[in-house]
Design a protein around this ligand. Structure first.
Ligand code: PHE
Length: 460
């Protein structure tokens, strides 16, 4: 309806001192007046007592600067003597006089007085320069074209209950919405990007017919290592790789498996293996640790579920005694799963893994030989990241060895795999630093594009 024009205007007005000077004269003018009354020359002391300290001091400065007066010595006393001075008003005095009537736009000050005006503005509180922001409103053609009737109509932006009930809405005009008007951003509740990926992974496993399992974070070394045929002097068990609990240090072993696991380690037991050939110590197996892989949870579950088929997975936290840096965390997640059934084989495992990752959008998965103490054969799945030009290790896998299954009474082949979640997330999200996920940086979490994991949008 209206156009708004903005202008900045310069104004000048008298300050507190300036008001006094405008009425009583500038200090330098008052000084020479007194000096004239005294015959054109006077002792400084005398002038000071007539004018007062303040006016005398300021007047002296300016009168000297203007060369209206000079200081001389008479009988060794300081005197002031008049030189030449203007009888009529100086430009400064004309400005003060002009402003006594009220503030003025700077442009209204006559051109020959402007520099005097600016000089006075330099003196404390004499003249103030102010900038005023002016808004000029002009009616648009649309407004001008409206009839008085149309101008009377009341517009509302909201239809309230009372407007409807009273029937008043019929007389009102509803404002149009500007759907392009900028609005403040709204942050609705959402999942953390890592949790978003975990949710997606779980959905994929469920789609593929798996059930989720979980297990304790504080685990017996027995399930984390011994039941998986990892010898008790294996380097992964050392304090610098594994967190051991200080209190309590030991837990209770599942007694019915202790003897068979012990024999398998020492001489192979009933497994057809010759074992690791050392004395297996029960104290070592009773130690409590923070689980170093989710395979501890897998094997715990398998020991209790020996009837085929078993198809389970977990996405859960594990702990390693690592120095934290851009690629390492001491606390992170693993994706893990097993399939146990009468007729499964290594090729089923490769197919399953390929299928799983392709559902995640990673199509170019390759396999290469690997080694784990608890699987044979063993492999690693890697994926080629085109934009980075690197092969990313996704997961370790294999078929559980007889040294793992037979002591627990498991009769069929078990396809097993497990691998880190955070490194996969880094690659999928195109990030560089694994710690990003744990900084709790709200603006990063809020700004994270949702589309990444939107399977319906076919982005992944
Ligand atoms: N537990 C292995 C790891 O932490 C992964 C793995 C799981 C390998 C199951 C083989 C079978 O890297």
């Amino acid at each position: 309806m209206v156009e708004v024009e903005e202008k900045i205007e310069k104004w000048v007005k008298l300050g507190a001192e300036g008001k006094i000077y405008a009425k009583e004269g500038l200090p330098e003018r008052r000084l020479i007046k007194v000096l004239e009354e005294l015959g054109g020359s006077a002792e400084l002391k005398e002038l000071k007592s007539r004018l007062g300290e303040e006016i005398f001091r300021i007047g002296l400065i300016w009168a000297k600067r203007n060369r209206w007066v000079e200081i001389i010595r008479v009988d060794d006393k300081p005197y002031m003597r008049l030189k030449t001075y203007p009888k009529e008003r100086t430009p400064e005095e004309q400005v003060l006089n002009l402003l006594l009537e009220g503030e003025r736009r700077f442009e209204e000050i006559p051109e020959n007085l402007r520099s005097a005006c600016l000089e006075l503005a330099e003196r404390p509180e004499v003249i103030e320069l102010v900038e005023k922001r002016i808004h000029i409103l002009k009616p648009t053609e649309l407004l001008m074209s409206l009839s008085p009737d149309e101008l009377e109509v009341q517009e509302v932006t909201k239809l309230t209950q009372s407007l409807i009930a009273s029937g008043k809405w019929k007389e009102l005009k509803l404002s149009r919405f500007d759907i392009r008007a900028p609005t403040p951003p709204i942050f609705s509740a959402r999942r953390h990007p890592l949790q978003q990926l975990i949710k997606l992974i779980k959905e994929i496993f469920i789609e593929m017919g798996f059930e989720e399992i979980r297990g304790p974070l504080v685990e017996l070394a027995f399930w984390n290592f011994d039941a998986l045929f990892q010898p008790q002097d294996h380097p992964a068990r050392a304090m610098h790789d594994t967190f051991y609990l200080a209190e309590p240090r030991f837990g209770d072993l599942p007694e019915r498996f202790v003897e068979s696991v012990k024999m398998t380690h020492e001489n192979g037991g009933d497994t057809g293996s010759i074992g690791w050939r050392y004395r297996w110590k029960i104290e070592e197996a009773r130690k409590l640790i923070l689980r170093t892989h989710t395979t501890a949870t897998t094997i715990r579950y398998l020991a209790e579920h020996r009837d085929p088929p078993v198809k389970v997975f977990s996405v859960d936290r594990i702990y390693r005694n690592e120095r934290v840096d851009w690629r390492h965390l001491a606390e992170f997640h693993q994706i893990e799963g097993i399939v146990m059934d009468k007729n499964v084989c290594f090729r089923d495992l490769l197919g399953l893994i390929k299928e799983f990752y392709s559902k995640l959008g990673l199509k170019d998965v390759r396999f290469r030989p690997g080694y784990f103490p608890y699987t044979e054969p063993s492999a690693e799945a890697v994926v080629y990241l085109k934009d980075k030009g690197v092969w990313l290790e996704l997961i370790g896998m294999g078929i559980f060895r007889p040294e793992v299954t037979i002591p627990l009474g498991v009769k069929y082949r078990v396809l097993a795999w497990g691998g880190g979640l955070e490194r996969l997330a880094l690659a999928l999200y195109g990030l560089d630093d694994i710690r990003t996920f744990y900084l709790n940086d709200l603006s990063w979490i809020r700004g994270f594009p949702r589309i990444y994991l939107d399977r319906k949008a076919k982005r992944i």
